[in-house]
Design a binder for this molecule. Structure first.
Ligand code: ADP
Ligand code: MG
Length: 266
């Protein structure tokens, strides 16, 4: 993949019934991701983050504007894009290795090849030796690693992640962030990370899109050229960008609170 581009994208969800109003979920969204790059999208719930990923995955079409990969509109899911959801999407009745093979099976890859690629992917995320365990026997962090392995086994060039670490506690979350950073640096795919965490966005995104709701729109685009290693978390640049994003988010939430409200008389 050379590039994923959103140009002036508007997304309107249809009204549930005729005559009722539809919902404008996203307005004038412009977003660019070059091959091998990493971007993060942050914003409060309802600002259209998941909808954006669904469009990037080809599961949802924009109402107007365009979403393209290498200049072509994405009209259906691509073989070389993977989407990881918050709830992991694991099958509890299948072993770790079978779960890791799932995407390959869906793509019609032969059994031996499947096994080999799934084993390699499990090793990459630190789950070698757990092939015959069931997901129930794994911790939350390991389950998330398994979901990641399933996508890595597909050898994708675009990895889309919807709040993948939000179910994990803080320490585990940092470990997984390190894993995500290392894999992204070593494996060469482009990634879009949707997150609620400011630190996570700044640790993992070369560019951070800050969104606000009603309707979803971009309020800030923050370039983050110094990201890329563990030490970044302790640097002045890291803190400065976290502060900038925090204040952009606070502005959006006070905007939203003021929205449509009648101010009380003093
Ligand atoms: P986020 O992931 O940032 O929380 P979403 O993309 O899930 O935001 O949702 C954006 C807006 O669109 C929200 O107001 C949500 O209620 C609405 N929405 C999401 N999915 C649908 C749907 N399938 N039908 C109607 N409205 C939806
Ligand atoms: Mg969401």
């Amino acid at each position: 993949m050379q590039s994923l581009e959103f140009h002036n994208v508007t997304l309107n969800y249809d009204a549930p019934k005729r005559g009722e109003a539809g919902l404008l979920a996203l307005e004038n969204l412009d977003l660019v991701l070059d091959g091998g790059q990493s971007i993060a999208i942050i914003g409060p719930s309802g600002c259209g983050k998941s909808s954006t990923l669904q469009m990037a995955a080809g599961l949802l079409q924009p109402t107007s504007g365009s979403v393209t990969v290498d200049g072509e509109p994405i009209v259906r899911p691509r073989q070389s894009t993977a989407l990881i959801l918050q709830d992991f999407g694991l099958l509890p009745w299948k072993t770790v290795i079978k779960n890791a093979e799932l995407g390959l099976k869906v793509r019609g890859i032969a059994r031996d090849e499947r096994r080999k690629r799934a084993r390699e992917a499990l090793a990459l995320v630190g789950l070698a030796g757990f092939e015959d365990t069931y997901p129930d026997g794994l911790s939350g962090g390991m389950q998330q690693r398994l979901a990641l392995a399933r996508s890595l086994a597909l050898d994708v060039d675009l990895l889309l992640m919807d709040e993948p670490l939000s179910a994990l506690d803080a320490l585990l979350r940092e470990q997984l962030q390190d894993t995500l950073l290392e894999l992204w640096k070593n494996e060469g795919y482009a990634q879009v990370l949707v997150t609620h965490s400011i630190e996570e966005a700044v640790y993992l995104g070369q560019r951070v899109y800050v969104l606000a709701p009603r309707p979803g729109h971009v309020v800030d685009v923050v370039e983050n050229p110094h990201m890329g290693d563990k030490a970044y978390r302790g640097s002045d640049e890291f803190f400065a960008l976290c502060t900038r994003i925090r204040s952009a988010l606070h502005r959006t939430s006070s905007e939203a609170e003021g929205h449509g409200k009648v101010l009380p008389h003093a």
